[in-house]
Design a protein around this ligand. Structure first.
Ligand code: N2P
Length: 342
């Protein structure tokens, strides 16, 4: 009897305070591929005695599908702007406890109070960037300036498109002169048809374009600015252009799912990310912009004002944010399914 009692107490201790009696504490991060570097992860592990596990996704829609299907173990996620709006609406995000995030004050106001979370109750910015076309200037000439180059038959099988429904439909919408966020069925249909017509020319749909650009598997890629930047570091003839018809800009945020097992630890991680010297490592690794101005002091000169990260004013003015199209989302879902199924 007595033995059984001791056994029960031991089990309860393991279950309720297992974390603090020797078992290593964990933090589960679910993020974009190539977004959290080993030095950022290991720095936090060493200082806070926590094991950081990183799992990755390739699109906002993948993240949403996983969370909607009831995935629960994640403490940190990194949705983009419009997906933050959707997750808030779905009641899937925890409110951040700012008392645990004193480094919030390090963030530039330029990246706060955005449309998707006007008081930053649920999100802090991680990075910012754009979508455009990376091209190998040694092969692609003249330098492209329009989305139309991705419909040019001379590049058949030599380029990739993002495997991302809003971005790729967005590129076609922009080429046609429409908004990225159209809710007009005729405009969406025209974009869908444009992408179906393009399909025989596309080598692959891929959201991580860095390696295929470096390997020369493609000479152009519809991709995000940081991926283009990283490819150009290894293959310096790679250039990046935001087409004249305009494109998307994004802020990728850090959020805590409502179901997070370790909310306070996740806030500690967010606070760590917002230290200038740690935040600089995010830009040094991802080649996306930093939202912490004092982080620039820890960055090499070429990363402080690089043209891939900071487009000129007239280009900035041509950029649009992706937004939650509400109920119209199902039309985007269906159009994307039809494009991929062809
Ligand atoms: C990660 C790119 C994420 C940017 N490679 C998409 N918002």
């Amino acid at each position: 009897m007595r033995n059984r009692y001791i056994f029960l107490v031991l089990i309860l201790l393991t279950l309720f305070i297992g974390d603090s009696i020797g078992q290593k504490k964990q933090l589960n991060v679910f993020t974009w591929a190539g977004y959290v570097s080993d030095d950022i992860r290991e720095g936090f592990e060493k200082e806070f005695g926590v094991t950081v596990l990183v799992d990755t996704y390739a699109s906002n829609e993948d993240l949403l599908t996983k969370l909607m299907a009831g995935a629960t173990g994640y403490d940190i996620i990194m949705p983009s702007d419009y997906m933050v709006s959707i997750l808030i609406k779905q009641n899937l995000l925890a409110e951040l406890n700012r008392d645990n995030i004193p480094n919030f004050q390090n963030i530039s106001p330029l990246f706060l109070g955005k449309y998707f979370d006007t008081e930053n109750r649920y999100s802090i910015p991680y990075t910012f960037g754009t979508a455009g076309i990376a091209y190998d200037s040694a092969v692609v000439s003249p330098a492209p300036d329009s989305w139309s180059v991705l419909w040019d038959a001379q590049y058949k099988n030599q380029f990739s498109m993002l495997d991302d429904q809003r971005e790729t439909i967005g590129a076609a919408l922009k080429l046609l002169g429409y908004s990225l966020n159209t809710t007009d069925p005729k405009e969406l249909k025209a974009a869908k048809e444009k992408l179906i017509a393009q399909k025989p020319l596309v080598k692959q749909y891929k959201s991580e374009a860095e390696e295929i650009l470096i390997a020369g598997d493609v000479v152009m890629a519809h991709c995000w600015s940081g991926d283009a930047f990283r490819a150009a570091e290894t293959r310096p003839t790679i250039q990046y252009v935001i087409p004249k018809e305009g494109s998307s800009q994004f802020i990728d945020a850090v959020c805590i799912p409502k179901s997070a097992p370790h909310q306070a630890r996740a806030e500690q991680f967010i606070n760590y990310l917002l230290r200038p010297e740690v935040n600089a490592k995010i830009t040094a690794f991802t080649k996306y912009g930093t939202c912490v101005p004092t982080a620039k002091e820890f960055l090499p000169e070429n990363l402080r004002e690089h043209k891939f990260i900071y487009p000129p004013k007239e280009v900035l003015e041509s950029l649009e944010w992706l937004r939650d199209p509400g109920d119209f989302t199902r039309h985007y879902d269906r159009a994307w399914e039809e494009i991929k199924a062809k």
